[in-house]
Design a protein around this ligand. Structure first.
Ligand SMILES: NC(=O)c1ccc[n+]([C@@H]2O[C@H](COP(=O)([O-])OP(=O)(O)OC[C@H]3O[C@@H](n4cnc5c(N)ncnc54)[C@H](O)[C@@H]3O)[C@@H](O)[C@H]2O)c1
Ligand SMILES: O=C(O)[C@H](O)CO
Length: 381
């Protein structure tokens, strides 16, 4: 149930799951690590399972967003001499960073490498919901198609409509760009910070359209999230999950959205009150959703699976080969960097140098979320 690479390596690094590609394994081996990969069939490992994997001596662990990284695991890792943990994910709401700080364990994540892949899935869900692709596919496979009809699977045109983005960070901004440029949608967004690059992009694209005699697109930074919900035709959620975003979309907020709006969630399930959503979908058959994430994964709230106005996929937004291999690389390098005493990379929005397979990666940890709390040095590269 454990696959071992380089058994005589000096540092013991455990991965709680097999991860795509081999570069991440090779990078660890080249730096004298013994790599142990848990190959158990059980999808979600318990805290006890992981404590057993950590054992008496472990220098670092690469883990998954399904695992509960809190006091119990960080104290076990620290007792085993461990200095680093990395999630193979950008989101780390499954990690109690304060507990990691208490034991001096560095916590890594994998930003940037999944931005475009995740935004592409959000765009796919937006289109699937707008054009009822899943319903139409099921209809075909059921042998129900007996000829073209004027009213068959009529959906929503995106061009000229308004796309709303809640959380215009890396992924939210990439999604906004795709929808504005790809479908000539107007943008309204809400974030705690101004998305300056995104605003500049939409302004430049509007000028391009105008110069070519086309209707220019527009953008607006909303003063409140409710403004986005009221005005947008398609709304995509991309904030982090924390106390401020838990059930951000609830019964009251669903009620202020347009009756024919589309809601997409590729962030974290608990950002939506899923029970309220099921009720809203039942009451408003023209309202559609595209969901990659769920409140109690791997489960869906009762009733959701029966609703034709919901498109549901199993948390696959970052699942392109390039991205998943890159995530594995960044997670391994986060752990390796701390073990080797390297500094942390200075700009987590610029991780490309770690992903070039033709040159050795920089001697740094690509992204450590508690680097300030632990007082870790920053790379000057
Ligand atoms: N479904 C998937 O497979 C998948 C893949 C990648 C990321 N994600 C999720 O997407 C999240 C965002 O990733 P990212 O790389 O774009 O992160 P990011 O930090 O670049 O963007 C998050 C944005 O949310 C904003 N934000 C925080 N609190 C907010 C609030 N209360 N209201 C509005 N905006 C708020 C932040 O200011 C920031 O701009 C991750 O934390 C993760 O949970 C999911
Ligand atoms: O946070 C993340 O990275 C995703 O949920 C998985 O890619």
């Amino acid at each position: 149930m454990v696959q071992v690479w380089n058994p005589n390596g000096k540092y013991r690094v455990v991965s709680t799951k097999p991860m795509p590609g081999t570069r991440w394994i090779n990078l660890l081996i080249e730096q004298d690590c013994r790599v142990e990969i848990c190959t158990r069939k059980k999808t979600i490992l318990s805290v006890e399972d992981i404590i057993a994997l950590i054992g008496d001596k472990c220098d670092g662990v690469i883990g998954q967003l399904t695992e509960d990284w809190g006091e119990a695991l960080f104290s076990a890792l620290s007792r085993a001499g461990g200095k680093a943990f990395s999630n193979m994910a950008v989101g780390y709401n499954n990690v109690d960073v304060n507990a990691a700080n208490k034991y001096g364990v560095a916590v890594g994540n994998t930003p940037g490498v999944l931005t475009e892949t995740t935004a592409e899935l959000a765009a796919s869900l937006s289109l699937s919901a707008a054009r009822r692709i899943v319903e139409a596919d099921e209809f075909m496979r059921a042998g129900l198609y007996d000829g073209w009809l004027p009213n068959l699977f009529v959906g929503n045109l995106l061009k000229g409509q308004t796309v709303g983005v809640i959380g215009a960070g890396r992924i939210g901004s990439a999604y906004a760009r795709m929808m504005v440029e790809g479908f000539k949608m107007n943008l309204i967004y809400y974030d705690l910070y101004q998305a300056t690059r995104l605003e500049k992009f939409v302004t430049a694209y509007a000028e391009f359209l105008k110069a070519n005699g086309e209707q220019p697109v527009t953008w607006k930074r909303a003063a409140s999230m409710d403004e986005v919900l009221r005005e947008a035709d398609v709304i995509s959620l991309h904030p982090i999950l924390d106390k401020t975003t838990y059930h951000l979309v609830n019964k009251e907020r669903l009620a202020i959205m347009k009756k024919e709006a589309i809601l997409v969630n590729c962030s974290r399930g608990p950002v939506i009150d899923e029970v309220a959503l099921v009720e809203h979908l039942k009451q408003n058959p023209m309202f559609r959703v595209g969901l990659d994430v769920f409140e109690d994964e791997p489960y869906m709230k009762p009733g959701l699976a029966d609703l034709k106005n919901a498109v549901v996929v199993p948390h696959i937004a970052s699942a392109s080969k390039w991205t998943r291999e890159g995530m594995a690389t960044l997670a391994a390098l986060n752990v390796l960097g701390k073990i080797k005493g390297y500094p942390v990379w200075s700009d987590t929005n610029r991780i490309e140098p770690f992903l070039n397979e033709n040159v050795p990666p920089p001697a740094a940890s690509p992204s450590i979320v508690n680097s300030k709390a632990l007082g870790l040095p920053v790379s000057r590269l």
